[in-house]
Structure formats: C-alpha cells, structure tokens
Design a protein around this ligand. Structure first.
Ligand code: 3UK
Length: 511
C-alpha cells in the first residue's frame, strides 16, 4: 500500500467521508448520542483548537481513559488532526497502573469519563507533566468539562501536515505479566489494517452497521468499532457499559448490526444463556468475528448450529495493531487461526531461528506494514521483539498441510509431559468440548516424583456438580487428544483469572 509522504490519518478517515458526500450519515451511535460524519469533522476540529488553546505542542501526549461514547472518536481524531498523540488507556485498570502509565507517557492532558474519576483521580497526584484534566459525560468537579470546553472552539482547523511515518497514537500492550508497555503507531497503520483486514478479509461495506463488544481502547476494538467502519463510510454502535450476554443481546436487538465482534469468553457466555436465540439477536447479522484468544472449535460449531453463522477467528496483536492471520468468510477452518491476511507474511521458527516443517510447532513471526515502531523507552524488549521487518509474537503455532495455522499457546505457557510438548490450549479445548464445562485453564504442575503433568482449573456450566466429574473429564480428554495429556488434577472454581482484555492469566494459576 502506498501513502503520500505527507499524510494525516484524520484527513483520510474523517474528512474524506464528508468530501465523498457522507456528511449527514451517522458515523457513531452511543446509548445517549449519535454523531454524523460532518458532526465528527466539526467536533474534531474543535478538539484540535481546544488542545492548542490548552497549550499542547505537537507530539505531546494526551491520555484517554474513556468509555465508548462519541466523545472517544472526537478526542482521538481531534488530537491526530493537531499532531498531538492520543493514548487510549484501558478503562478497567487500577489507580497505581494509571499513575504508572500517565508518568511513563509523560501525559500533558488527560481525557477521562466522569464515571471513572473515582479510580483515576487519586492517580493524578504525582504526575508532574500533567496540566489539564477534561471530564466527559458527567460532573467535572474541579476539572474542565468536555462539552462546554469544546463548544467554545471554532469548527475549522488546518490539519497538521504530518508525515506518513510519523507517530500518530500510542496504545499500551496489556501484557499478562509486568507493567504495560507503550506501543507507538504511525499515521498509516490504521488505514493499513482497515484495508488489509477490514476491507480485503471481511469485505466491510458502506451499508454495514458494526458492533464490537471489545472496547475502543483495545486495538481489536479500535479497529472494529472505529477505524474499520470509518474506512468504509459505515456506522458503528458504541456501548459504554460492561459487555455481558444480557447487554450485548440488548444492543444486537436494538441496533440490528450486520457485523459483530466478540471474544471467545463472551461467545461462550452468550451461548450459555437460555435466551440465546436468533430472535433475540440482530435480524441483519451477516458476520461474527472472534479474536483476543483462540476460539475453541466446539464453540464455533455450537454458534453455527444456533445462528447459522460462522465465527471468523483471527489473531492480532497490539504491536501489529490488528488481525494479521485469519479465517475468511469463504474459507473457514474451525479450530485454526486460518491463514495470513493479505499484506502479511508469516513464518514459524524453531529455537535456532530456522523455519520448521509443516505439522511442527514453531514461534510465529510476522511481517507487515502495520507494525508499531517499537516499545516506548524499552530498548531491550524492542530489540528482541521487533527484529527488522519481522515481529516475534511469542505464540506457538503449527501449520498443517493445507496451510492453516493451529494455535498451540504462548511460548512460555507450553510445557512437556513425558518428553512431549503439551499445549495448554489443546487440553483446555478438549475440556471445554465436554457438556459440563464452561471454561478451563491448564498449567503444568509437578507430581510427587517431580515430573511435570497438566493440572486443570475448570469453571462448570450452571446446573452441573463437580462431584462425579473428575473421572469423566479425564477420560474425555484422553479420548479427545491423547492419553498422556489428560489433567492429573482438576480444581473446580467459579472464575478464571483474566486480564482486562479477557486473556487467561495462567501464570496466576501456577504454583
Ligand atoms: C493472543 C490470540 C490465539 C496471542 C488483538 C485482535 O489480542 C490482541 O492483542 P493483544 O496485544 O494480544 C496479542 C496476543 O493475544 N491472541 C489474540 N488473538 C488470538 N491467540 N488466537 C487468536 N485468535 O497470544 C497474541 O500474541 O492484547 C486481537 C486485533 C487486535 C489485537 N490487538
């Protein structure tokens, strides 16, 4: 994909829609508001003017701890228009994590949803770089109020002539261990992912209405719920609450989206609802997408049986911004991550850096134009992850003879039993395919002889008792995937520990 040297993403995503005659079309709908493409153009210009009035300079960082409402795209595009770097942060974190990230990014202005102030306010104490706090949707207290500040500004702005390789925005990688890392992305990354995946793989159209249960602060949600719909002049549904089966079914019924984006845990929880019927969903749904974690084959089949729709599983990362390997509408292989998305190349490497053969497990490395420039102020991690044009994902995969990629787990979650690699994911999938199991996590544990064996943590579906299930589940795993892989211990628990983006934190379950 070619981009002119001078390129500002706000021109390409916002202004182009107005230019092409979609000014009066609704771009975003949230539970209390909606905004057209013209409205977004005006408001993002007002935001750019506001940032300059607050004395922000080019390349300074504006953090966003914002729920999914129309204020999010207004802030994000307004900042980019002005050459200021928006840094969306996960809205589910703790005071100390916010304090860490605000300092790490040396944030100058913070946009925060009023509902999040109780957690965020105490994080603002020791942030020497911070000058202004702007509160969206609610009582601003001693801070500035989002809409009244915006209303003071003019609706025209001369968009900054940024360069195509210039940093446009950052994300923070959730990282299942350690503190989150800043991931700076350049101006062209958003359009690159929108074309590679949104248009070429999914075939998003102007008449689509898209709803992402994954929030905008997460790279997955940022694409699904903002840049992809905008790249096609479509409409996105935003929801500022918690995505439970209940709230998601309500949104599906109310807005009739044509494309739905979720994560495996949510699909599982939705299927487990008695009210999970096509009548309670969207009448226009034509496509469902899953990412964030591997989608168990059984879950995809159960969904297909109920809704007569495939769930397209694809793997993406914060570092590559969005999905780089995926199933396609006309080419679905359940239980796999599909094949590389157009615009990306994939290699599976052994420990010495050589490519492995088909059916052998290696670490997935990926090459593509949407890669971030590295990690902010983390040189060592940058050098071991971003290897020239190739990016190490930290994921283990094998490719079958037909070219489909099968997920086997994170590099550091894999372990050996009797000298043979066991993928925790494979054992978990086998467990989940049992009728009583809602979710499962598998970790290595040493037995009395000091040998490593799988241990499982299992969350049961409602109405099932753990009493007689141990033998049943053991035998089920043995018959599904091989006799040495069955869990020697099973602990039944109510919930699995997860990151705010829904990934199982297996390290917390290890001894
Ligand atoms: C794991 C998957 C198996 C994998 C993301 C879509 O998840 C996203 O980004 P993160 O930086 O995490 C990246 C890691 O998550 N993963 C994601 N999807 C899958 N594993 N099958 C999948 N389908 O370990 C990967 O390295 O939080 C997902 C779009 C954008 C994203 N940033």
């Amino acid at each position: 994909m070619e981009f002119p040297r001078e390129y500002n993403a706000a021109t390409d995503f916002v202004d182009k829609n107005v230019e092409q005659g979609r000014g009066s079309k609704t771009a975003f709908i949230d539970p209390g508001n909606s905004i057209t493409y013209s409205g977004l153009q005006d408001a993002s210009c007002q935001m750019a003017n506001l940032l300059l009035r607050l004395d922000l300079r080019r390349e300074e960082r504006a953090a966003m701890i914002m729920l999914d409402t129309t204020d999010f795209p207004v802030t994000f595009w307004g900042a980019i228009r002005a050459g200021i770097i928006p840094v969306p942060l996960n809205t589910l974190l703790s005071t100390s994590q916010y304090n860490y990230m605000l300092n790490d990014a040396r944030v100058r202005v913070l946009f925060v949803s009023a509902a999040l102030l109780p957690v965020v306010e105490p994080a603002l104490k020791d942030v020497p770089s911070l000058r202004h706090v702007i509160v969206s949707r609610g009582d601003a207290g001693d801070h500035l109020d989002f809409s009244s500040e915006l209303a003071k500004e003019a609706k025209t702005f001369e968009t900054v002539a940024s360069l195509n390789d210039e940093v446009a925005f950052w994300l923070y990688s959730s990282g299942s261990t350690g503190m989150p890392k800043g991931v700076p992305h350049v101006q062209t990354s958003l359009m690159t992912t929108a074309q590679n995946y949104g248009q070429s793989t999914l075939g998003i159209r102007e008449d689509d209405v898209m709803f992402s249960a994954a929030k905008l602060f997460f790279a997955y949600g940022l694409g699904n719920g903002m840049s992809f719909p905008m790249s096609a002049g479509a409409t996105a549904i935003l929801f500022d609450g918690r995505p439970t089966p209940d709230t998601v079914f309500t949104a599906l019924k109310e807005h009739d989206p044509s494309i739905f984006f979720g994560v495996p845990t949510l699909y599982a929880a939705m299927l487990n609802e008695p009210d999970c019927t096509p009548e309670n969903g969207s009448s226009k749904l034509r496509m469902c997408v899953s990412a964030g974690e591997a989608l168990p084959e059984d879950l995809a089949r159960a969904w297909k049986a109920k809704f007569d729709l495939d769930i397209l599983d694809g793997i993406g990362s914060t570092e590559l911004l969005h999905i780089f390997m995926s199933n396609r509408p006309d080419d679905v292989r359940y239980g796999t991550s599909g094949k590389p998305v157009s615009g990306y190349e994939a290699r599976l490497l052994d420990d010495t850096g050589l490519e492995v053969d088909d059916d052998e497990i290696g670490e997935l490395t990926v090459k593509g134009q949407s890669a971030a420039i590295g990690y902010w102020n983390q040189r060592e991690k940058t050098r071991t992850t971003f290897e020239g044009e190739w990016l190490r994902t930290g994921d283990k995969y094998f490719r079958d003879n037909d070219g489909y990629y099968h997920y086997c787990g994170r590099t550091d979650d894999m372990f050996k039993v009797s000298g043979i690699w066991v993928s925790p994911f494979e054992v978990e999938s086998a467990l989940v395919s049992h009728e009583a199991v809602l979710e499962a996590a598998v970790v290595p544990q040493e037995d009395e002889e000091g040998l490593t064996k799988p241990k499982a943590f299992v969350v049961l579906k409602e109405g099932f008792e753990s009493d007689s299930l141990f033998d049943d589940l053991k035998n089920h795993v043995k018959s599904e995937i091989g006799s040495w892989k069955y869990p020697r211990w099973i602990e039944f628990i109510d919930d699995l520990p997860k990151t705010a983006t829904g990934k199982i934190q297996r390290f917390k379950l290890r001894d």
